[in-house]
Design a protein around this ligand. Structure first.
Ligand SMILES: *Cc1c(COP(=O)(O)O)cnc(C)c1O
Length: 341
């Protein structure tokens, strides 16, 4: 009998567990647009507290969290956002910052998605009638296309210090913030509390089917509601999905350590195979980014046994998650070995 296909395409591939489905089925609901869905209200309060912020709003996706946050901070018509060149709003939001906020984007060439304070300082423009206006800096914790790397707390604090000194707003894309929390032991509020806006995704490693929560000051979150309504992101009985998110906070955070362990195992095995360039010591969370000669070719040859994502012509991404166990990693490594040796 052949081994089942191992899905390392993304941590978005998880299916709700039995326990999560039961929590969803039992959810208390009301009209979310009118502030009457008790489960959504509970989720928002819980995430605001988790992230060390005053208030929070439930949104359909992480992309909408980024888009609304950018819109909150940027004055349309040439304000500039400084972020790493691998950042999600630069590459995977269909040009949203240009459409929704009329923003200029200034990318930094960080290491694994983590830029230096020198790079940041050099990118912030002095006031001038010729220049775009530097307005917002953004940090992605963990870095997705940077390979799941964890920003050290000190570096994030230094980014905030520079942002404040230059009068800029600061945004935290915390799609995988809880992976960083579990990997580092630093509480989420320590990472997120100093930012103007911060959010977490429930559809990545946390394993829920729908939803992300954007947090910030009460004033900013009130304003975020305008854009949520405008973009069509207001819900009705959203307790159905918010219940899955609450369940994930109770049951799927600490277990992220297993995903990190499985990613390390995968990285160690891959690093020993011919034709793979990978430093396993750079694998800190659930993402394994590695270099091969022909990324698309490799992914295609493995397709029957392992699902992977092509990042570019030479880079492949593998992501561990709730639905991938240690034996799946062993199956995946056998398949890699068969193709590469
Ligand atoms: C997935 C992801 C997003 C977008 O979240 P969605 O819920 O898929 O819209 C934003 N930023 C990062 C770093 C991500 O990995």
């Amino acid at each position: 009998m052949s081994a089942p296909r191992v899905n390392l395409y993304s941590d978005t591939q998880t299916r709700p567990t039995e326990g999560m489905r039961a929590a969803i089925a039992a959810a208390e609901v009301g009209d979310e647009q009118r502030g009457q869905d008790p489960t959504t209200l509970r989720l928002q309060e819980r995430v605001a507290e988790l992230l060390g912020q005053e208030a929070a709003v439930f949104l359909p996706s992480g992309t909408m969290c980024n888009q609304i946050a950018i819109r909150l901070h940027v004055r349309p018509g040439g304000d500039e956002i400084v972020l790493d060149r691998t950042a999600h709003p630069v590459n995977h939001e269909a040009g949203g910052p240009a459409q929704h906020a009329g923003a200029m984007i200034r990318t930094l060439d960080g290491d694994g998605g983590i830029y230096s304070i020198e790079q940041l300082e050099a990118a912030i423009r002095p006031p001038s009638r010729y220049f775009p206006r530097s307005r917002l800096v953004s940090v992605e914790q963990t870095s997705n296309l940077g390979g799941g790397r964890v920003w050290p707390l000190e570096r994030m604090r230094a980014v905030l210090e520079v942002a404040r000194r230059h009068g800029l707003r600061a945004h935290l894309d915390g799609a995988r913030l809880m992976n960083a929390v579990v990997a580092s032991g630093v509480p989420a509020s320590e990472y997120a509390g100093g930012f103007d806006t911060a959010w977490i995704d429930f559809t990545k490693g946390l394993g829920a089917p729908v939803g992300a929560v954007l947090a910030g000051s009460r004033e900013l979150i009130d304003e975020a509601w305008r854009f949520k309504q405008m973009m069509g992101g207001a819900f009705r009985q959203s307790g159905i999905v918010a219940a899955g998110c609450l369940y994930a906070l109770d049951h799927h955070v600490e277990r992220l350590a297993e995903d990190h362990e499985n990613a390390r195992l995968l990285a160690q095995g891959l690093a020993e195979l011919p034709g793979v360039t990978l430093d396993p010591s750079r694998v800190e969370t659930n993402i394994v980014l590695f270099e091969v000669k022909d990324a698309a070719g490799l992914v295609q040859r493995l397709a029957d046994r392992v699902e992977l994502q092509v990042v570019d012509s030479r880079h492949v991404r593998a992501v561990t998650h709730l639905d991938v166990g240690r034996s799946d990693i062993e199956h995946a490594l056998e398949a890699f070995a068969a193709v590469l040796t």
